[in-house]
Design a protein around this ligand. Structure first.
Ligand code: ADP
Length: 341
């Protein structure tokens, strides 16, 4: 068996089993022209393969033949060197292509970040407009309506007073809508850095607070294991306050009101849930309820329909996901994910 080390440590070998071609024919005799011709033909055959870019060829040799063995070994080493050179060239070509596509991706990413920065600036301007420019005339309208009521109200007929009352109610409503819009726009955008947040402590605080309200007093709260998350504490509190607050609000007249809160680790996120056995939500509205100002139930509970829009915005802003599992009359389970610590 002949071994030769080609470039980059690739072992080249040609074994006696490869050499069937040598088994046939007369005993090797390098002085015989037929024998020499046959060897040269074999060599040519192998090299022709190389010529057609087939580098899998191994020039066969024969044990104990110093002339043929050495020649075959050198040719095999040369073939391997060529094979390695080609592989290297292909690799560096592929690397160059990858580098180029990486650079392109980087540029695209930078452009996207820049666009996001611009959008954020626009949003800031919008929020500013909401809180100042729209509010100022509204406050003045409210003042005027108040003055008209006060000074001329008694001179107006019942119909006039009714219209004025409606005008006032609408102004108040508009002010509330603007405040809600502002709240959603600002949700999760205070720029605080995320750090390990004690979900357990936050939930217990929110539950305690809610338990003090009369409607929550008769509810059984079951708080399971709550794993820490990587978050701005105030954001998690905002989410929990909305979800647990909703669970309380939409219990309906279920005989044994119960709210469960828990979490589980899934790879690099913590999945949390808030489950209630209340009035539930028709699956047709599972997406819709996360939109602004969407309210479903005709139940006499306070709300403006922005709580879940805020929840969604805050969670998605932190790289998580929120969804609901529910059916009408079957209670609801709100689930969300948050980066784990
Ligand atoms: P709000 O509670 O102020 O109406 P939300 O955005 O928090 O607004 O919720 C949107 C709607 O989703 C609610 O009006 C209610 O119809 C429905 N909803 C939210 N949470 C629950 C729940 N736990 N069970 C049943 N319905 C719910």
């Amino acid at each position: 068996m002949i071994h030769a080390l080609a470039e980059e440590g690739v072992a080249v070998e040609a074994t006696a089993s490869d050499t069937d071609a040598f088994a046939e024919g007369p005993v090797k005799d390098w002085s015989s022209p037929e024998y020499v011709k046959r060897q040269i033909d074999l060599l040519q055959e192998g090299l022709t393969q190389v010529l057609f870019d087939d580098y899998s060829v191994v020039i066969k040799t024969e044990p104990g033949d110093p002339i043929w063995g050495n020649l075959a070994m050198h040719i095999n080493v040369a073939i391997n060197a060529a094979r390695n050179a080609i592989a290297r060239a292909e690799k560096s070509e592929a690397l160059a292509a990858m580098r180029l596509s990486l650079e392109q991706k980087n540029q695209e990413l930078e452009a996207a970040v820049e666009q996001l920065r611009r959008r954020n600036a626009e949003l800031d301007a919008f929020v500013h407009t909401c809180s100042h420019d729209l509010r100022t005339p509204l406050v003045s309208m409210q003042g005027m309506v108040g003055l008209i009521m006060e000074e001329f109200g008694s001179n107006l007929e019942a119909r006039g007073q009714h219209y004025l009352g409606r005008l006032q109610a609408n102004v108040v409503h508009l002010e509330q809508l603007i405040a809600d819009l502002q709240q959603v726009a600002l949700a999760g955008r205070d720029g605080s850095p995320a750090q390990p947040a004690d979900l357990d402590q936050i939930v217990r605080y929110v539950v305690n607070e809610l338990s003090e309200t009369s409607e929550a007093r008769k509810i059984t709260f079951e708080v399971g294991e709550l794993l820490p998350v990587l978050a701005v504490g105030a954001h998690v509190e905002q989410v929990m306050r909305n979800l647990i607050g909703n669970a309380v609000k939409y219990l309906g007249d279920t005989p044994e009101p119960r709210i469960e809160i828990g979490s589980v680790r899934r790879d690099d996120v913590v999945e949390c849930w808030v489950r209630d056995n209340g009035i539930g939500i028709d699956p047709a509205y599972h997406e819709k309820i996360f939109e602004m100002f969407q309210r479903l139930h005709d139940v006499p509970v306070e709300g403006t329909g922005i709580g879940l829009a805020i929840v969604k915005k805050v969670i998605e802003g932190a790289g998580g996901r929120v969804w609901v599992e529910s059916a009408l009359g079957q209670g609801a389970t709100f689930r969300f994910t948050w980066p784990a610590v």
